[in-house]
Design a protein around this ligand. Structure first.
Ligand code: NAD
Length: 291
């Protein structure tokens, strides 16, 4: 077992762990707090949350406990949060981030992302640039921006986004796009790197067979495939043993042929959500996370 997580240097020089702990749907306070605390004990240093996940308080308390017990210092951790579409205005972005800071009990964030490329995202991005200039967030970026939206953003941004968090896993590999992002020095960070368990990923014959060779599970092979392309990953699990697996990725290497075989699993579309479908946009625009 080797759970030394490597760091990626972002375009602005900030260092981000390549593997992090995603906490989407961990909405129960006690469970989320216990999972995040345990994840830190296990060696996770990046926590990925969002104002729309409704669990920032539990994370703040878990972090505070870990820091007060001397397990880590705040500066050892990389905390990401996201601003929801409802708050896409100059004042809205600022107030969303102020609330995140209060709930997370920290005076800075490591990374703030615009959660979705809908609504007044251009205005919201300008507000995020101010937050970055003021040092409130050490890095900034976006999530779910496809190449077209990213190109639009790059044509108006004064500060280029350091990260784009998008869905990436063997069944939806986004190969061409992630290569382009890396060339642009924008770090791809894979959400849903285990395809949220869909398409039988945990028992998939190819992933399982390759895993046997290295003494790894199908989940670990899927994560390692992402990592070897230079992507960051933020798998989620409520289980201690699965969390341990998900950072035990650095004592083996997939060969070229195995990488290519896994590439063949790409189906070119997401079964989780089609973000280019106007219905997704309408749904998200309607969704309010506060009054
Ligand atoms: P995921 O692909 O990480 O899959 C999670 C599922 O896999 C859970 O059911 C979990 O029990 C299971 N699992 C995890 N590790 C396992 C293992 N080793 N063996 C067997 N089962 C295992 O899905 P996700 O939670 O949607 O994505 C990860 C994170 O990405 C989220 O928690 C969140 O932080 C982020 N995310 C961001 C967006 C966005 O729009 N930016 C969207 C979705 C998720």
């Amino acid at each position: 077992m080797n759970n030394e997580i490597p760091y990626i240097t972002l375009a602005n020089g900030a260092r981000m762990p390549q593997v992090g702990y995603g906490v989407f749907q961990l909405t129960d306070y006690d469970e989320c707090r216990a999972c995040v605390y345990d994840a830190i004990r296990q060696g996770y240093r990046l926590i990925d949350t969002a104002s729309a996940y409704f669990n920032e308080e539990a994370i703040g308390d878990a972090v505070q406990q870990a820091v007060s017990e001397g397990l880590v210092q705040r500066s050892d951790l990389f905390i990401t949060t996201k601003v929801w579409i409802q708050d896409y205005s100059r004042q809205g972005v600022r107030s969303s981030i102020e609330q995140s800071l209060a709930k997370l009990k920290t005076d800075y964030l490591d990374l703030v992302l615009l959660h979705q490329p809908y609504g007044s995202w251009q205005q919201a991005y300008q507000a995020l640039e101010e937050i970055y200039r003021e040092g409130i967030s050490h890095s900034i970026g976006v999530s779910n921006f496809n190449q077209e939206k990213m190109t639009q953003l790059l044509s108006s941004a004064n500060i280029r986004p350091m990260v784009n968090q998008i869905e990436i896993h063997p069944f939806f590999s986004e190969k061409g796009y992630t290569r382009w992002l890396l060339q642009q020095n924008i770090q791809p960070q894979a959400w849903g790197p285990l395809n949220e368990g869909q398409r039988g990923i945990f028992t998939h014959p190819l992933l399982t067979n390759i895993g046997k060779k290295y003494g790894k599970t199908a989940a670990q092979i899927a994560l390692r495939w992402n990592i070897q392309q230079g992507n960051a990953v933020i798998p989620k699990s409520r289980r201690h043993d699965h969390r341990a697996e998900n950072i035990d990725l650095f004592d083996f290497q997939l060969n070229k042929q195995e990488m290519e075989q896994i590439d063949q699993l790409d189906e070119g579309y997401s079964e989780i959500i089609d973000l280019d479908n106007p219905a997704s946009e309408r749904l998200f625009l309607k969704w309010k996370i506060h009054e």
